[in-house]
Every structure is written in structure tokens, then in C-alpha cells.
Design a protein around this ligand. Sequence first.
Ligand code: ZN
Length: 186
Amino acid sequence: MLTDSPPRKANRAGFLESDRMRTLNLPQDGCWLTCAKSIESAMTDSADVRRTCAEFLTATSEFYRTPTCGVRVLAARPLRVREQWTSELFGDYSPEAMLIRVWMRTAVRREVTSFGTFLSTLCHEFCHHLDFQRFGFPDSWHTRGFYERAAALYHHARGTPPKRLFWAPVPGGRWRIDWPRTNRGW
Ligand SMILES: [Zn+2]
């Protein structure tokens, strides 16, 4: 995980605010865990995956009082990825359409995405939705705060203990996760 470079002038304040916001409010109940477990047991059937992902996103959108974000589940990554979409290895998000797309297979080796990676992608893309619809950022940058918010959401939904993330500076004002320290926990 590598952060984006800070924007030069315009939007810099938003970028710094996103970077500072290291956590999210999370519900007290296990509702998202139940939703995530339904996605896990649906992983072999794309129609079921879509339905269970939509349920998950309805629950998270409701909790954060944002418009519900749509979801499309694709078999494999589209060959041409639209420029307006923020794109990851296993998913993307369109702020205009408020739509997440996730795919079940890797583009090259056609391997089925693991459930952990799939859920983590869904949470990551939903955090882009939150940046625009809840926090009102003009853009959704991959800041340290962004990755930490996505991780908080993921661990809550997965029922796993959140890990403290340690960052190491990279030239150009960027940061990467220091995995040895993160795994060690200090
Ligand atoms: Zn992203």
C-alpha cells in the first residue's frame, strides 16, 4: 500500500484532513459481520455475491447516512478501465454513478479472488464512496487516513482485531506501509 502524492495547491487542505482522519465510527452490533459472512458463503455464485454485497452496502450506507451505493459484480476485470474511475486490482468506484464494481477473478491468471481480498476491496471502494458522500472531499485520495479507515471497516466486518499500521516515508511526500513493523506491532 502506497499513498498518493499530496496535491500541489488546490485541494491540499482536503488531502491533509483525509490523512489525519485515521478511524471511522463503527456500529456496536455484529450486523456487518453477519452480512460479510453471507458474502463469504455466496462466493461461488455471482448472483448471490451481488445480492449479499448489496445488502452489506445498504447496511454501511445507512449507518453513515449516505445515499446507498450501487454494486456490480463482474466475473473478471474489464480490459478497458474507464479513466474517471478510481481503480484497484479487484475493484473500482465511480463517484458520478455512486457505483462500485468488483470482480471475482484476476485478469491475468483467472484465479478466483480470495474472500479476504474481495471483502477488503469492497471496503476500500466503499471508503471512496464515504469520502465523496459523507466527508464531502472533492477527491478521494489514498492517504494514510484513507487506508486506515478502510482497514477499520474491513476488520470490523471480518470480526478480526484491527492492526496498528506503521508508515515509512517515500520520496515525494508519499508513505508506504512498513510491513515488518506493522506485523510486529511496534
Ligand atoms: Zn482506491
